[in-house]
Design a protein around this ligand. Structure first.
Ligand SMILES: Nc1ncnc2c1ncn2[C@@H]1O[C@H](COP(=O)(O)OP(=O)(O)OP(=O)(O)O)[C@@H](O)[C@H]1O
Ligand SMILES: [Mg+2]
Length: 272
């Protein structure tokens, strides 16, 4: 076998520290996070609210700079956040659709910012509206869309940038259970056909396990990876698997440490 088949880290994070001034004093938000995502992997991050998950994605995307630690994208270590800007597709926690733009013109925003002429960008987007469940809604405005459609529009905007690395911050957070399951299956198929490296933040344990090759559990703030769980379930995967004994066994390994993190937030202490 040639070295081409070697596992290559797309994202490598080591000893990442980040603090913010919160309530008038500087507090650690990320406290020595280590994380590796290899090319073509699907990795999820799960952890209590406020533990620094979005902060971590902001740092990877280059929107924020760590206090210390290593951040490498595709083997390149960037000394500044600027060096990482524009190198990932990033769907932030809020869909951030612009209310004055049609669905189609929202999806092409990233392409336009990159300098692609509007007409050409629209043609590109129209090729995907069917696959993203937006066909027939291209000329509607965001207020007229269901939550699921808004999320898919934001998701299409992210995917049109065609980056190898895609960061998704709770992309299905606002959805009802049924739509959420449909979106998960849809994302699974999409990922299997696109060969992207994906990092997903979620609060949903089933979602994390069903989609991922590996799950990182972060501690309550300040966040640090307390458990790294390989999800050795066969692929292709589908939602029925969540009731299988294999799935339950893996879930049990995640639930106990997750519960202790949630307990630690409830009791007001910082998790060990
Ligand atoms: N720019 C900022 N300035 C000051 N504090 C910040 C900033 N960004 C985040 N924080 C604080 O850092 C902590 C972590 O925030 P972050 O949004 O990363 O958490 P999270 O894990 O994504 O939470 P959630 O699950 O609720 O989305 C929070 O206490 C938040 O208030
Ligand atoms: Mg967040």
């Amino acid at each position: 076998m040639s070295t081409d088949t070697a596992v290559r880290p797309k994202i490598r994070i080591e000893s990442l520290h980040k603090s913010y001034v919160i309530d008038g004093r500087r507090q650690a938000v990320l406290d020595g996070v280590d994380l590796t995502v290899n090319e073509g992997e699907f990795v999820s991050i799960i952890g209590p609210s406020g533990c620094g998950k979005s902060t971590l994605l902001n740092i990877i995307a280059g929107l924020d700079q760590p206090d210390s630690g290593i951040v490498e994208l595709s083997g390149e270590r960037s000394g500044s956040a600027d060096g990482r800007l524009g190198r990932t597709g990033y769907m932030q926690q809020k869909d951030l659709l612009l209310p004055w733009r049609s669905v189609l013109d929202n999806t092409i925003l990233g392409l336009e910012l990159r300098g692609v002429p509007r007409r050409q960008a629209r043609e590109q987007a129209l090729e995907f509206t069917e696959e993203f469940g937006l066909k027939g809604f291209e000329h509607q405005y965001p207020y007229a869309l269901s939550g699921g459609m808004r999320q898919r529009a934001a998701f299409l905007r992210t995917m049109l940038l065609d980056q190898d690395v895609v960061l998704l911050d709770e992309p299905f957070g606002a959805l009802d259970a049924l739509t959420r399951v449909q979106m998960q299956e849809w994302l699974l198929q999409l990922w299997e056909s696109l060969n992207k490296t994906i990092v997903l933040i979620t609060h949903d344990v089933d979602e994390a396990l069903l989609l991922s090759d590996r799950v990182y559990l972060l501690t309550a703030r300040p966040g640090r990876a307390t458990l790294v769980l390989d999800v050795a379930l066969p692929r292709p995967r589908h939602y029925d698997m969540v009731t299988s004994p294999e799935f339950s066994a893996i879930k049990a390994r995640l639930m106990e440490p997750l519960r202790s993190q949630i307990e630690s937030v409830r009791s007001g202490g910082q998790a060990a």
